[in-house]
Design a protein around this ligand. Structure first.
Ligand SMILES: [Fe+2]
Ligand SMILES: [Fe+2]
Length: 136
């Protein structure tokens, strides 16, 4: 999933680079980014977060709703971005990128190491199985 994060940031850079090109081309690049980002969020929420039973309940259960809140925020922002692009309005690109990077860092520093530590091998296999079902 960390590799996925790097790939998503690259796709966002592609969107930035395409700005100024013909609208059809920009939207094509944007569509790819949006599709991949929404898929990533779906996988995290449906295959990963649902399998997580934190040992430190207070800390763990606080983290998941916070991440889901951030996901919803990201999804809203991407909708606004699409509208701005279509209406040829300035896109709040840097603000969006900053938000995305903060979220990604939070997951990479807090969530994924914890999952790696706390999940059993069968639990990890179950998650991988679910992810394969989604991305295959
Ligand atoms: Fe996420
Ligand atoms: Fe993520």
């Amino acid at each position: 999933m960390t590799m996925d994060h790097t790939r998503l940031l690259k796709l966002l850079r592609d969107v930035e680079k395409s700005i100024g090109m013909e609208l059809v081309s920009v939207m094509k690049v944007f569509d790819t980014f949006e599709w991949e980002l929404e898929k990533h969020i779906f996988i995290e929420e449906k295959a990963i977060f649902t399998s997580y039973n934190p040992t430190n309940i207070l800390e763990g259960y606080k983290m998941v709703p916070e991440l889901i809140k951030q996901h919803n925020d990201i999804l809203n922002r991407i909708r606004v971005m699409r509208k701005d692009l279509l209406w040829n309005k300035p896109v709040k690109y840097n603000e969006f990128k900053e938000f995305l990077v903060t979220h990604k860092t939070f997951e990479e520093e807090s969530l994924y190491p914890k999952l790696d530590q706390e999940l059993t091998i069968p639990q990890k296999e179950e998650i991988i199985k679910k992810i394969r079902e989604i991305v295959s």
